[in-house]
Design a protein. Structure first.
Length: 281
């Protein structure tokens, strides 16, 4: 039996167990997936203990960066992003990956949207924005970043790091209405990578959907609720929208490929997450 799980703090809200166990049932894979609530001080001994016996782990907040200290080898993408969300153990060694960026790109591909050659504007400059920025550049997108005024430095730092590491060019856009409006004229894909709109504060949105031009694909990586205020308003205007459930499912699917070498049934994963979210409402 393959032992898998999620390590983070807190982990009670996670959809990962439901999503992965649905795949194991569907494919008859002999594996278990448990949630491990581990505070920062306990991470080292947890990872050391998991080396023998566990096939792999997902890693979430607040350990995605600090877990790197306990990893033997990083994938090229995890190295670029500077964070790990998936660990595979083999012969006592720990290999670190980051599947968040791939999850984002694949969730768009799933909806018939490619990122290569597209102008992608990411709102937010935290952990998820980092993964999306690096993966989008690797896929040939042109990325711009916007973070709220008081912490704009985070976007500037991420942009300069991404330019330095990839040779791509990343623009930083002020998050005021006029700057966003004029920049949006050249944008193909708009991404909310902030927590705004997330349960329980579902009546807020990082941007007024009314200023988004026709033809822009609007992505919200928040997945609870599945349809955020931003997506609801963009959809009502006839814009194509993609929910964060896709990124969640596709990062998990990539993790299963890494751990188990299987091709997971994506529709089973979507269904499991959507059902669990609906039940939790
Ligand atoms: P994070 O590292 O804390 O970053 C959050 C970003 O949002 C920061 O840039 C922050 O700006 C910005 N922000 C926070 N509050 C804001 C506000 N009131 N107005 C404007 N900007 C604000 O979080 P994260 O890990 O990147 O996650 C962000 C969201 O994505 C969360 O809701 C998370 O659940 C979701 N997520 C979804 C998936 C998925 O698979 N669908 C994967 C990862 C994350 P400051 O620097 O100014 O604070």
């Amino acid at each position: 039996m393959d032992l898998l799980g999620l390590v983070g703090h807190p982990v009670g809200h996670s959809m990962s167990k439901v999503m992965h166990e649905a795949v194991f049932r569907k494919l008859g894979v002999s594996a278990s997936y448990e949630l491990f609530d581990v505070e920062s001080g306990g991470l080292k001994s947890f990872i050391e203990g998991a080396r023998e016996g566990f096939t792999g782990l997902n890693v979430t907040i607040p350990h995605k960066v600090s877990v790197i200290d306990f990893i033997d080898e990083l994938s090229e993408v995890a190295e670029l992003i500077g964070a790990v969300n998936t660990v595979k153990f083999e012969d006592g060694r720990a290999f670190g990956f980051n599947t968040d960026g791939i999850g984002f790109v694949e969730s768009l591909r799933h909806e018939g949207v490619g990122v290569c050659g597209k102008n992608v504007l990411i709102l937010g400059a935290g952990g998820a924005a980092r993964a999306i920025t690096f993966q989008s550049i690797l896929e040939g997108a042109f990325v711009s970043l916007s973070n709220r005024e008081e912490e704009k430095q985070m976007a500037v730092d991420l942009a300069s790091e991404a330019c330095g590491k990839t040779g791509g060019s990343v623009l930083v856009v002020d998050m005021d209405l006029e700057s966003l409006k004029s920049h949006l004229a050249g944008v193909d894909i708009l991404v909310n990578a902030t927590p705004l709109g997330m349960h329980p504060r579902t009546e807020v949105s990082v941007i007024d959907a009314g200023i988004i031009p026709e033809g822009v694909v609007v992505v919200d990586i928040v997945y609870n609720p599945v349809e955020t205020k931003l997506l609801r308003e963009a959809g009502a205007r006839g814009l194509k929208t993609v929910s964060g459930v896709g990124m969640l499912v596709h990062q998990g699917a990539e993790a299963e490929r890494i751990w188990l070498g299987i091709e997971p049934p994506l529709e089973t994963m979507y269904k499991a997450v959507l059902t669990a979210l609906d039940v939790r409402k």
